[in-house]
Design a protein around this ligand. Structure first.
Ligand SMILES: CC(C)(COP(=O)(O)OP(=O)(O)OC[C@H]1O[C@@H](n2cnc3c(N)ncnc32)[C@H](O)[C@@H]1OP(=O)(O)O)[C@@H](O)C(=O)NCCC(=O)NCCSC(=O)C[C@H](O)C(=O)O
Ligand SMILES: [Mg+2]
Length: 279
């Protein structure tokens, strides 16, 4: 992961004030949305407005544009408009790798991301993740819940199969994957619970709908001081053990093997990337 994706904030591309405000918000990435958050009557104007907004300075924040589906009247024009000028183009409701082929033909040079939010998408997650143009996946838990007719539960039990399939697919192919949104944007405890669950599962971060959600996502998906300290000590302990010809170290009563050192180094890389982004 070359850059952090702890907090990925959706902004409706029709909302000029929110796009301006986002230049100073502590989001790791922004999804400028042309799809569900923009009314049909505003689609063309939002596309033009977004083109102008992307000329502004968003610092190190990744700028991802969610286009309309390529089966809609707006999708192809969206894809052509942002084939350059954004860091990635996010394709909604990806059912199969062929959906990414269609987007790739219109967007030849910019990385693609996929919204994972249909039952077919869950079943084809591995093939979608293997697509050579794909850089990242975003869980669309609202659309998935709608399609499978599941109920909202705090433990997200009905989502677990889909979340797990996509997570494994992304990890198997070395792609970024971020969790779905938490709709009740004033409910901090609820958000924290979902962020902790997503982090425990292995997600790189969470998609968000409101600036009030940024701090909790950044905290939950970033390494803690205790984790950074442990990572450094694991690396030191393992180096000391190997210098003595041992293949395994013991730290705080637990074994440290090479695989733990790899995880520790990854965590320190993430901490450095976050520090770089924060300036
Ligand atoms: C949810 C909202 C409609 C709430 O808006 P509002 O009532 O205006 O919020 P506030 O008054 O509290 O706003 C305070 C200030 O923050 C700015 N703001 C609000 N939201 C954002 C944002 N997302 N990014 C940047 N800035 C934002 C306001 O402009 C206020 O600023 P100021 O004027 O300085 O006070 C609104 O938050 C919103 O529209 N959120 C995004 C909704 C969205 O994008 N939805 C689509 C993506 S979710 C999805 O589709 C999931 C997926 O596909 C699935 O299937 O699950
Ligand atoms: Mg959706």
């Amino acid at each position: 992961m070359a850059r952090p994706y702890r907090s990925v904030l959706y902004i409706p591309a029709a909302n000029a004030r929110a796009m301006e405000k986002a230049q100073g918000l502590p989001a790791d990435a922004i999804i400028f949305d042309l799809e569900d958050a923009v009314a049909p009557s505003e689609k063309a104007a939002a596309r033009d407005q977004l083109g102008a907004a992307l000329q502004n300075d968003y610092g190190g924040r990744a700028r991802i544009v969610r286009i309309n589906g390529l089966d809609t009247e707006w999708g192809s024009d969206d894809a052509r408009a942002f084939a350059t000028g954004a860091d990635a183009v996010l394709v909604p409701k990806v059912n199969s790798p062929e959906d990414l082929d269609r987007a790739a033909a219109l967007v030849p040079d910019t990385p693609l991301w996929a919204m994972m939010e249909t039952a077919a998408g869950m079943l084809n997650a591995a093939a979608i993740a293997a697509h050579p143009r794909l850089q990242g996946m975003v869980m669309g838990t609202n659309d998935l819940a709608k399609e499978i007719n599941s109920r909202t539960r705090a433990d997200r039990l009905p989502m677990q199969t889909g979340l797990g399939l996509c997570l494994l697919a992304a990890k198997a192919h070395g792609k970024v994957i971020v969790d779905g949104v938490f709709n009740a944007f004033r409910d901090e405890d609820g958000l924290r619970g979902e962020c902790e669950q997503g982090r425990d599962m292995g997600f790189d971060g969470k998609t968000l709908i409101h600036p009030a959600q940024l701090a909790i996502a950044n905290e939950c998906f970033g390494p803690t001081e205790a984790e950074i300290d442990l990572a450094r000590r694991q690396i030191d302990a393992f180096e000391a053990a190997t210098a003595q010809g041992k293949g395994v170290a013991v730290l705080d009563g637990k074994i440290v093997e090479n695989l733990h050192v790899e995880t520790a180094k990854k965590l320190l890389d993430q901490a450095r990337a976050i520090a770089d982004l924060s300036g």
